[in-house]
Design a protein around this ligand. Structure first.
Ligand SMILES: [Zn+2]
Length: 68
């Protein structure tokens, strides 16, 4: 009886570990894809938003086409 309880508790603990790792993996994957990509208004190249210069809301330029 005590052994059965131990097996059940162990199985729950193991399932929680796997579930937590699975959720963490999803979160990590989303994190890498979360970076917003924007398009240069001049050449149309896609680049991460932090690297682009915002000319006006919704209009971005790549480093090669940034206005001086
Ligand atoms: Zn460009």
């Amino acid at each position: 009886m005590g052994l059965r309880l131990l097996i059940i508790v162990g199985a729950i603990w193991f399932a929680l570990r796997v579930y937590r790792r699975y959720r963490l993996g999803i979160k990590r994957e989303r994190g890498t894809h979360a970076e917003k990509m924007v398009q240069c208004a001049v050449c149309g190249v896609y680049l991460p938003e932090p690297e682009a210069k915002r000319e006006r809301p919704g209009v971005f330029r790549c480093p090669a086409h940034q206005a001086h």
